[in-house]
Design a binder for this molecule. Structure first.
Ligand code: GLU
Length: 502
């Protein structure tokens, strides 16, 4: 297939009915990649014709998510563009005009059936074990008569006159030809009684008029795909390349993520919605890498991709139509990888707000050093304060019960702290080379394990059980702070020792 080497015009056409989730973000990403690879255009079109499910904040949420990912549309409601407006609610007349063209050509018709009648028909069909479908009552009404009734204001919808005989073949770029018997097709509503077009018409009209060359969309549209190609053909238009993306399955691979599953996963802190990613400590580079590989791969080994790599390497042929289970732990893995790749200054600027939120206010010079110490140890930004908050606190508190154990009494611990202080005072510089050997000797001299001494030192300097390595920490804290914190620890342990002896 060579078509997509041409500048591709691709569109992301979300319905603003809720927060953008990873499935939608994946479609948008693939759109962006193909547009950028081919020097084409990435179009954002807001499909807001479903008034019942419309949510006012959703459009902004979608735009914010794209901004966060760094994939801005070239054309859209905010950018404008040659095919504006890009919001379907502002294009109602355009759909009506095309629906009327279909009526004139005998490929659509006015239908005056009342909801009550349709309900009766549906019940009857169900009783007879038939798939519910429109029974065709208005299909063969006299066209002039119908036009008169519609013009006189009689409530109506416009239906597509699907062929009854023969077969229809639609071509999906990943699945090849999909052929259905036309006898199974329904006369779908194109324009509702409210006058608003439904997806089946509106999206086709827009895709054509906006010059869309590739339609990336979810596989939930496969069942109505034949109708869509028939509408294109009925309007005499050349079809785009259709690409139905793989279904995303639950992590256990057992079934699609339902709305309920999605909510549940979110409640449990899983990254489902794009708006939660930042708060959960993920960086956009990692999220993009993770999402890109849900249904696409470059080869069987490469897994690290930047957005630029993806623009270069993406291809429709390598999209996989098979359902893919969402693997949340993979995102943590990618986040760690991408964090490690950042320039230290960049990483520092991303962690700064996390410290500030915890009411810690790092100086830039120290922050860079802290960033360097944390970068390999914090796969999520949520972890930086737990891991490195001690650098910026005026004081840290040694947790006595983590130091004083059956294996090390308070008396021993207090003495060890004092001895470490003495040892450090005798060193020109406290670094691994100068201090590690003497600390080990100190331990064995006291009948303790080296790990106990290093553990005590870590607790004294950080107040934490886990931290970056001691000798990375010491030069950043500086001799003065190191001495103060050790003195505090020693004093506290002495009090503890007095208590226990006393
Ligand atoms: N508005 C549709 C949806 O959100 C778009 C499908 C498409 O991309 O054509 O599901």
């Amino acid at each position: 297939m060579t078509e997509y080497i041409q500048p591709a015009r691709v569109r992301f056409a979300p319905s603003p009915t809720g927060f953008l989730h990873i499935g939608g973000a994946r479609t948008a990403l693939y759109d962006y990649l193909l547009a950028h690879q081919t020097g084409g255009a990435f179009v954002l079109r807001i499909e807001d014709t479903d008034q019942k499910r419309y949510q006012e904040s959703a459009e902004q949420d979608i735009k914010d998510a794209l901004t966060w990912m760094g994939i801005q549309p070239d054309e859209g409601p905010d950018q404008g563009g040659p095919y504006a407006p890009y919001r379907q609610s502002q294009r109602i007349d355009i759909y009506r005009e095309q629906a009327e063209r279909l009526i004139e050509n005998g490929q659509a018709y006015y239908c005056f059936c009342t909801p009550e009648r349709l309900e009766k028909v549906r019940k009857e069909q169900q009783k007879n074990n038939q798939t519910p479908h429109y029974d065709g009552t208005c299909r063969n009404l006299d066209s002039e008569e119908s036009a008169r009734r519609a013009a006189a204001g009689e409530p109506h919808v416009i239906r597509f006159k699907a062929p009854r005989e023969g077969q229809t073949t639609a071509v999906d770029a990943l699945r090849g030809e999909i052929t259905v018997d036309n006898s199974t097709l329904d006369d779908m509503i194109l324009i509702k009684s409210s006058g608003l077009a439904v997806y089946h018409l509106a999206a086709m009209v827009d895709d054509h008029l906006m010059g869309i060359t590739h339609v990336f969309r979810g596989s939930e549209w496969l069942p109505t795909f034949p109708i869509h190609v028939l509408i294109y053909r009925a309007l005499g238009w050349e079809e785009p390349i259709w690409v139905h993306l793989s279904v995303l399955l639950k992590p256990d691979g057992k079934g699609k993520m339902s709305k309920r599953d999605t909510e549940l996963a979110r409640e449990q802190g899983f990254p489902i919605f794009m708006k939660d990613m930042e708060e959960l400590g993920y960086i956009p580079e990692a999220v993009i890498n993770w999402i890109a590989l849900m249904g696409w791969s470059y080869d069987d080994k490469t897994e690290f991709f930047t957005l630029e790599d993806l623009v270069e390497k993406f291809s429709v042929e390598k999209l996989n139509p098979s359902p893919a289970a969402i693997n949340f732990s993979k995102l943590d893995h990618f986040n760690g990888l991408h964090i490690r790749q950042l320039a230290v200054e960049d990483f520092a600027s991303r962690i700064k707000p996390w410290f500030e939120k915890a009411d810690l206010h790092p100086e830039d010079e120290m922050l860079i050093q802290v960033a360097a110490a944390l970068q390999n140890r914090t796969p999520k930004l949520t972890e930086v304060v737990d891991m490195g908050g001690f650098f910026f606190r005026d004081q840290v508190k040694l947790e006595v019960e983590r130091v004083v154990t059956p294996k090390m009494s308070a008396v021993q611990a207090a003495e060890a702290a004092g001895r470490i202080l003495d040892l450090f005072q005798g060193l020109d510089e406290i670094n691994q080379e100068n201090a590690e050997g003497p600390l080990r000797e100190l331990a064995s001299g006291m009948g303790l394990k080296a790990g106990q001494i290093f553990g005590l030192l870590r607790e004294a300097l950080t107040g934490q059980k886990v931290s970056p390595p001691i000798f990375d920490i010491i030069p950043i804290l500086g001799r003065k702070t190191v001495t103060q914190r050790l003195e505090n620890a020693r004093d506290l342990l002495r009090i503890e020792a007095d208590k226990s002896s006393g």
